[in-house]
Design a protein around this ligand. Structure first.
Ligand SMILES: Cc1cc2nc3c(=O)[nH]c(=O)nc-3n(C[C@H](O)[C@H](O)[C@H](O)COP(=O)(O)OP(=O)(O)OC[C@H]3O[C@@H](n4cnc5c(N)ncnc54)[C@H](O)[C@@H]3O)c2cc1C
Length: 502
């Protein structure tokens, strides 16, 4: 293994999103010589923020931080920053108007799950009988324990099929579950793995009453979190090199010895790949060393989803009752959300007109539109929720297209998702699509897998202490008891011949 002259071991981290920054920060603090290579012009990955030519702050979609994001909250405490708003309430709209208002769940008397979610959510139209049709689904939620076995079992069917099998009413599916899938997994139910749907719904909504409470950054995540964090990485000795797109690796004796980036070569004792699925596909296309391995060839079985983020500056103030809003029923296979940035971002608090962010998920057909067409669509959709948007003039805007940007947890994809370890001794994987038993999702999962990859590198290179990773909040006692009983029944059934499709 190569070593720097002062004995420091070298780790190259590829990709500066939540996962890569998480790895790089911990490894730099443990005394490694860390080089973080980022293809884009700014760190942050899908959460990067930047300024337009008119000095307007924009970002690749607004990002919420849900109640169970314990590791991210521990990080911001450690950095001594207070980037977040208060916990916020949210609403849901359809073309018929306001459909749902959520309370602050943590402010309500605590009830065993799922009673709080069921009783405190204020559905304006959805009849009780439809809401009750969700109850049988609890059995699947108990059965899905995030184990490898559970993923294999539920990943083979679509979320829509799962809800159908468990007797969820058509209205509950269309007005509640599918909108959550479009916003949480970026795809409609027939294109989502049932395993991912169960894992995501449990983590964000059902595990504990307050889990659906969310807060936002008081500006872009880039300015509020990544700027102080990257400064801390550099203070710890880490080097962050933007505009560095990795294309290949060199290999000797089953070890990655260097990372290739255009004309530059970065020697490494260990490497963390913290790039998304589309990024890794491009690296594999260029790298014979990676293409020689089945696990990396298999990446071509995975996919990603188009998203569109827009920010509109209006000529007048429009009353938006709650700061964060999800919408359904406007587009058959596209979900969208809108946010009152005057309420969330410090810099827009005193702005004379409304600043609104509207983000579209599974936005394939919208990516082909030009900016004016996009703005027309956004204004029409916003007016479908709050009519005053129809009369407003858009005085400035930002349209950010993110083709193939976010992970697609498609049915059948689980078998090709990579774990943290690879067939190379010193190459580790991190990112929101990497298999982990932690149980978190999205930004928190990306950060956690970054720490997990750092810990694997530490175990391999033998220098420094592993990062402390906070586990998800344990299941409530009645859920633990139900899971134990379910495991017992499953064990009993194992002896039966496996003649039928699982
Ligand atoms: C519009 C939108 C809204 C979202 N909303 C939320 C939300 O509300 N809450 C939430 O928790 N999550 C949300 N997410 C998801 C969240 O952004 C991701 O889960 C998370 O940012 C993933 O982080 P990551 O580090 O795994 O990957 P990424 O952020 O994708 O980072 C990977 C990095 O690798 C770099 N890279 C790729 N190829 C190379 C290469 N060859 N060489 C060097 N660098 C390379 C990329 O440029 C990128 O910076 C949202 C995403 C989007 C797009």
């Amino acid at each position: 293994m190569t070593m720097e002259q002062d004995g420091q071991k070298r780790v190259v981290v590829v990709g500066a999103g939540w996962a890569g920054l998480g790895s790089a920060y911990h490894l730099a603090r443990q005394g490694y010589a860390v080089t973080l290579l980022e293809a884009g012009a700014y760190p942050g990955g899908l959460v990067a923020g930047w300024q337009t030519a008119q000095s307007r702050a924009v970002e690749a979609g607004i990002h919420g931080f849900w109640y169970p994001y314990r590791n991210i909250f521990a990080l911001t405490d450690h950095l001594g920053i207070q980037p977040f708003t208060q916990w916020t309430r949210s609403a849901q709209y359809s073309p018929q108007g306001l459909e749902v208002e959520s309370p602050l769940f943590q402010a309500q008397p605590y009830l065993p799950t799922p009673l709080g979610t069921f009783l405190y959510t204020d559905f304006k139209r959805l009849p009780l009988i439809d809401r009750l049709s969700a109850l049988p689904l609890l059995q699947a939620l108990i059965d899905f324990d995030n184990s490898d076995e559970a993923w294999q079992k539920y990943d083979r069917i679509t979320a829509r099929e799962l809800f159908r099998q468990y007797g969820v009413s058509a209205r509950l599916y269309h007005e509640s579950f599918e909108p959550m899938l479009l916003v949480g997994l970026f795809a409609p139910g027939e294109q989502c793995s049932a395993a991912a749907a169960l894992g995501m719904l449990y983590y964000f909504i059902l595990a504990h009453q307050p889990d659906f409470d969310v807060r936002w950054c008081r500006g872009t995540v880039g300015a509020q979190i990544f700027r102080p964090w990257t400064e801390a990485i550099e203070r710890a000795g880490g080097k962050i090199l933007a505009n560095h797109r990795v294309s290949d690796v060199t290999v000797e004796d089953n070890q990655i010895t260097a990372v290739v980036c255009g004309d530059e070569v970065f020697d490494a004792d260990a490497v963390v790949f913290a790039v998304g699925i589309s990024g890794l596909k491009k690296i594999v296309e260029q790298s014979q060393a990676l293409r020689d391995r089945q696990e990396f060839r298999d990446i071509r079985n995975l996919g990603a989803i188009d998203v569109l983020a827009t920010r509109l500056w209006c000529d007048r103030k429009i009353d938006i009752p709650l700061p964060s809003n999800a919408c359904f029923g406007f587009h058959p296979t596209t979900g969208w959300t809108f946010f009152d940035l005057n309420a969330l971002h410090d810099e827009y608090r005193d702005e004379p007109g409304t600043v609104v962010e509207a983000d579209y998920y599974h936005a394939n057909q919208l990516l082909a539109l030009d900016d004016d067409q996009v703005l027309g669509q956004v204004q029409q959709d916003l007016a479908g929720c709050i009519s005053a948007f129809g009369d407003a003039k858009i005085i400035d805007h930002a349209v950010v297209r993110i083709p193939q940007g976010v992970t697609h947890f498609a049915p059948g994809s689980y078998r090709y998702l990579l774990p943290a370890t690879t067939s190379f001794d010193n190459l580790f994987m991190a990112g929101d699509w990497i298999v982990t038993r932690h149980g978190s999702w999205s930004q928190e999962k990306a950060y956690v897998t970054g720490l997990e990859a750092a810990n694997r590198a530490i175990a391999t290179l033998g220098q420094g202490q592993p990062a402390e990773i906070l586990p998800v909040i344990p299941d409530e006692p009645h859920i633990q008891a139900l899971r134990a009983a379910n495991r017992w029944v499953r064990q009993g059934l194992k002896g039966l011949p496996d003649f039928w499709l699982p």
